[in-house]
Write a protein that binds this ligand. Structure first.
Ligand code: VGL
Ligand code: ZN
Length: 203
């Protein structure tokens, strides 16, 4: 099986310092270990002329997403700070040229790379991700990155809902796991929605 082709997109979710670096504001256990695994996927994707896209969590300094402002999370991925940058070991070529879809800039608190949710009205608005994939005639979406139980899950569920054949790379994602079992529940939820569970060791 060839994982990538020109109708396939590798969507790399929130591989940013605040999640991937142990010193990050919302460090995900083992997050940094994903970087070389995902770089290998980027190389494979690029050589098959697949599309590579990054999403970035991209928050204002004050947002109901953050604990200090009434939300759930420690401060992380504030726009234009170190924590919001892609991990420095991400493939240089991809970091320089692959499109980046930034979500949350106006204080939206959705988790998906495809949609943002207004924290007061609950209204959702699309990001540019779907249009970007449609413009490249993408049919299949492969999701990896951080974190399994939030942005990876939400992005994969939206991709499937939008009609893309969707897979998640189980050894290229890691959970926040606020509550024990969140990782498995997220994987089950994705499976129930028709998202394939693949391994990067599968060729
Ligand atoms: C995420 C929690 C808060 C994620 C983003 O990228 O999964 N998790 N913001
Ligand atoms: Zn966030």
């Amino acid at each position: 099986m060839q994982r990538y082709d020109h109708r396939t997109a590798l969507v790399i979710v929130d591989l940013q310092n605040d999640f991937a670096d142990p010193a990050g504001g919302l460090a995900v256990h083992g997050g940094a270990n994903l970087v070389p695994i995902i770089n290998a996927e980027i190389t494979m994707a690029r050589s098959a002329e697949a599309t590579v896209v990054f999403t970035q969590d991209w928050h204002p300094p004050t947002t109901p997403h953050f604990q200090k402002d009434g939300g759930l999370w420690p401060v992380h991925c504030v726009a234009d700070t170190w924590g919001a940058e892609l991990h420095p070991d991400v493939d240089d070529e991809a970091a320089a040229h692959a499109p980046r879809v930034r979500k949350g800039a106006s204080g939206e608190d959705g988790y998906s790379g495809f949609t943002m949710r207004d924290p007061t009205t609950g209204e959702t608005t699309p990001t540019e991700l779907e249009g970007l994939l449609r413009d490249s005639a993408i049919e299949r979406v492969i999701v990896c990155g951080l974190a399994t139980d939030y942005c990876v899950k939400a992005t994969a569920l939206d991709a499937a809902r939008l009609g893309f054949e969707t897979a998640v790379l189980l050894d290229a994602i890691r959970p926040v796991e606020l509550a024990a079992g969140d990782e498995q529940r997220a994987i089950d939820e994705m499976s129930a929605a028709g998202v394939h569970s693949w391994s990067t060791r599968m060729r």
